[in-house]
Design a protein around this ligand. Structure first.
Ligand SMILES: C[S@@+](CC[C@H](N)C(=O)[O-])C[C@H]1O[C@@H](n2cnc3c(N)ncnc32)[C@H](O)[C@@H]1O
Length: 458
């Protein structure tokens, strides 16, 4: 009996893109049973031509599965998402200095992702040429014992697989930020003519955040979240109150945003994340546009050959996201934390800083911004190390941060045991071991005594 089993997927995310994924298994009634297996992912036009070219067949439909847009691609965004996107695009299109600067940072990030294959290949070629210095008799051993050239060649193939992901990220960003490929190509051309190469390291860091935030492998790095979630549970009003009046939470320097999603999953929280790096934002917009669990695969560790126990570890892939993102639940506001919330005095019930405060050029501006954006009686929860970057204007020790915060009007409160042991006697700061490094099988550990506190704005 002829059988047709079709799965029609009719998402409605965008008026411009009409995506149809159709699998048809057509089985003829003859004993020789011929199968046609068609998989089609196409634009409107090629769907039309597929349908017009199709030969008529008589079929019995045995199963139809309708997948909603919720299952497939980004759901329609909430009103606050639409408003923020409008604001962001208007700002990126203005002709003042700060907008030109933001657009430039965005194009730089897109340049980086567009060239991720070439830039990593150039690095691999350098390693290949270094291998050329190894004397012939030693090479013979290396080839016989571990097939070193094969390892180099496999890595080259994996670089191109990662490049496919980078290309998808670029496509999603062009669409989201409404940038034409002509503008990007022009930018790339000009930059390279001025010998300004694509930024390989920032792309690699952003991609590795898919592991830290959105893969099963990153779970060990997210252990520090429990202190934050438990502290919220202690200081937030009960669920019934939160549901009718959701608590506003801001997470500056959110990277790829996982903590925000874990907080909204608790219900009764309206989470806003904030991130300055366009490399991170472009990587996040990709996830937002393709949020299904297990949808993406890449090889995050091939760009650094240090600290691997086995070559299989080095060349292993990682799948992400480990769970579907409910993209309408968390709002990303792009930009510098100290300026993006200037119009948001006394607005948030909680500000959560996770591996963030030490990124400040001027830590005092971060502390002031946290203080002014929190409402009176609101809470600042911090969890992170004190690893000051290059060129900070002020570098405070932990005891100084506590003293300055108290001076600004914060009162430090008790935290539960999930935040670890007390760091100093008589101070309400605790520490737990926390990892930041994204490769749980590596032979090194990039770890910190992560300092946590909760402080109320008086
Ligand atoms: C160490 S990363 C941590 C990211 C994330 N919180 C996590 O734990 O994975 C710090 C993040 O802060 C961002 N950042 C640095 N300065 C910022 C600023 N002024 N405003 C907003 N984000 C900033 C960086 O781009 C980076 O993504």
């Amino acid at each position: 009996m002829p059988v047709l089993s079709c799965i029609f997927c009719l998402p409605y995310n965008s008026m411009r893109v009409f995506l149809l994924i159709l699998w048809c298994w057509v089985c003829s009634s003859s004993s020789s049973s011929t199968y046609k297996n068609l998989a089609l992912a196409s634009s409107h036009n090629s769907v039309d031509s597929f349908l017009s070219d199709a030969k008529p067949v008589t079929v019995v439909v045995t199963r139809i599965t309708v997948l909603t847009a919720q299952d497939l691609i980004t759901p329609d965004q909430s009103e606050r998402h639409r408003k923020e996107k409008k604001r962001l695009l208007e700002q990126l299109n203005k002709n003042d200095k700060s907008s030109r600067n933001s657009r430039n940072r965005l194009l730089k990030a897109l340049h980086g992702f567009s060239r991720c294959g070439e830039r990593n290949l150039a690095e691999l070629k350098r390693w290949k040429s270094h291998y050329g210095h190894v004397p012939r008799h030693q090479k013979k051993v290396l080839e016989q014992a571990v097939r070193y050239s094969e390892k180099l060649n496999i890595n080259e193939q994996l670089i191109w697989k990662n490049h496919q992901l980078c290309e998808e990220i670029v496509r999603a960003a062009l669409d989201f930020y409404d940038i034409t490929s002509n503008e990007l190509e022009g930018f790339i051309h000009e930059s390279e003519a001025k010998s300004e190469p694509a930024d390989r390291i920032s792309v690699s860091q952003a991609l590795k955040h898919y592991v830290r935030d959105w893969s099963g492998e990153g779970a060990h790095e997210r252990k520090t979240f429990s202190c934050i979630l438990n502290t919220l549970a202690v200081y937030a009003p009960p669920l019934e109150q939160r549901i009718s009046n959701p608590l506003r939470v801001l997470i500056p320097g959110a990277g790829l945003g996982r903590l925000g999603f874990n907080i909204t999953a608790l219900d009764g929280y309206e989470v806003t994340t904030n991130e300055w790096s366009m490399f991170m934002n472009v990587a996040y917009r990709f996830l937002e546009s393709r949020p299904n669990a297990g949808q993406h695969v890449f090889y995050p560790f091939i760009d650094s050959w240090s600290h691997h126990a086995t070559t299989a570890d080095l060349q292993r892939n990682v799948t992400f996201p480990d769970q579907r993102l409910d993209t309408s639940s968390v709002l990303l506001v792009e930009g510098d934390f100290t300026t993006a919330f200037q119009g948001s005095r006394d607005s948030f019930d909680f500000i959560v800083t996770h591996f963030f405060i030490d990124t400040a050029r001027n830590l005092m501006s971060y502390l002031e911004t946290i203080h002014t954006t929190l409402r009176k009686g609101g809470y600042w929860i911090n969890s992170g190390p004190l690893l000051y970057g290059s060129g900070p204007w002020v570098q405070l020790s932990l005891d100084e941060i506590i003293a300055v915060s108290e001076h600004l009007g914060f009162e430090f409160l008790e935290m539960g045991p999930t935040c670890g042991e007390s760091t100093f006697p008589g101070k309400k700061v605790r520490w737990i071991a926390g990892i930041y490094g994204s490769n749980e099988r590596a032979l090194n550990i990039n770890g910190y005594r992560v300092q946590s506190w909760v402080a109320r704005k008086k």
